[in-house]
Design a protein around this ligand. Sequence first.
Ligand SMILES: NC(=O)c1ccc[n+]([C@@H]2O[C@H](COP(=O)([O-])OP(=O)(O)OC[C@H]3O[C@@H](n4cnc5c(N)ncnc54)[C@H](OP(=O)(O)O)[C@@H]3O)[C@@H](O)[C@H]2O)c1
Length: 510
Amino acid sequence: MINPFREDLVSRNLPEACSIVIFGATGDLTHRKLIPALYNLAVDGELPSGVRIIGVARRDWSDEYFREELKRANQKVSRTGHDEAVWDSLASSIFYHCSEFQDKEGYDKLAKRLSEDDRARGGKGNRLFYIASAPEYFDDILLNLKEAGLNREQESGWSRVIVEKPFGTDLGTAQHLNEVVNGTFEEKDTYRIDHYLGKETAQNIMVLRFANAIFEPMWNKEHIDHIQITCAEHFGMEGGRGGYYDKSGALRDMVQNHLLQLLSLVAMEPPTDLSADGVRDEKVKVLRSLRQWDTPELVGKNVVRAQYLAGNINGDEVPGYREEERVNPESLTESYVALRCLIDNWRWSGVPFYIRMGKRLPKKATEISIHFKETPTVLFNAMPGGVPGGNVLVIRIQPDEGISLRMNSKLPGTTLRLEPVKMDFHYSTSFGKSSPEAYERLLADAMAGDATLFARRDEVEEAWRFVDHIERAWHDTRTPPMMAEFPAGSWGPREADELLARDGKTWRRL
Ligand SMILES: NC(=O)c1ccc[n+]([C@@H]2O[C@H](COP(=O)([O-])OP(=O)(O)OC[C@H]3O[C@@H](n4cnc5c(N)ncnc54)[C@H](OP(=O)(O)O)[C@@H]3O)[C@@H](O)[C@H]2O)c1
């Protein structure tokens, strides 16, 4: 398999030197993801020389202390390990800027610092602002950047912004945030992170579909029975996560962004080219074609929400969702959601797409499975065992990224019996090197000005439109659809099995 966006296949701008300014630089995301990603880009020789990293937060840290903290984090989590020489070279370009997000003066000082720096080093004035803060500060940061003139393109340089998730909590807040973002930066300079799009296997969906002649002719309602998208997590609300999660829930935290993005990649038409808008134009059409579950009755029929009860995961007793730390004991937030989606367009009419996402399931795994229709029942069905089922193509997003195809085969022996067998491709063994972390790819793309793997404004809003109807039905006080339950460590509630059973289908066993 090949990567669709490799420079030798697609012409793309090579990253230019720039100043990367991270708002929220003392936080978890910067330590665990952003700095290790930049470090690994440096290891792979993909970080342009002349890049400077300026971290903004309110703690009174020095440059040296900031570097030491980041080094400790990098040693723990870096994908390729920690090489002192590479780190020292990167660390000499890392600086700390102490400022409150609301403090206008802090932005003026930052602007001055960046200009002086460019002048001293002959920089072109390229700036990449990364908003890695809690969402309540997004507006302040954007408006203050504008007031300090940092949003404007410099004489010869560019100015871009990366915004972290969550991008709003419903359609209204997402539209408001889009107004603020687009009132500050042009859409072409706005990079809304969905880190699932940076995963190697998510990028490979387009290659699998459009660079292999055997799949695309069958990728439609004539040959595909249904599609399942599963995102299972075995962890619960450890590390104080309950406070944030209880205000969000599985639908808003994972489905609105990551899983609907996967659905749109699997279902979209071939784009006219691999440009950012070429690809995103096709993805957004899928979201627009989603049938809306816009009444409590439709939500009750097509969506299941649930919470886990106390149970056992890998031999450990774990509490129920409502007993978790920082979760309201009467919470009505779903830790699990299963949906039946229909895409009303020519290609997919009548083909159900089932999505399930849950915490405290037996294992951590994200995958898409394409269930092909069964063969006509004429040849092998009279035999013992018959045909053991249709072909299933599985795209494993994480962990153990890869693709497998389930086929039926003759069991060796003198009688004719059929057994399913699996053709399996693993990224880790096929290419002899580990895949880059999603944040590596996304940071490199933002520096290069390639927004293909970032969500566009209309995509975000269409996804919220779909999700909002469901949230509204759940919060409808007259007939709220029920909250199902299941023991932690099991594969979800009985109601989610019934959702598929009504269509004569079952969830794939992972
Ligand atoms: N952590 C992850 O793995 C992850 C994954 C995906 C998305 N995200 C998203 O990324 C964002 C950041 O998450 P996080 O986990 O890194 O958060 P975090 O650990 O709570 O860090 C928050 C950062 O914001 C700074 N900050 C807070 N209030 C400030 C203020 N008034 N003025 C200046 N600085 C202020 C903090 O600085 P001080 O230390 O100085 O207070 C800290 O650097 C969130 O939107 C989150 O949803 C995180």
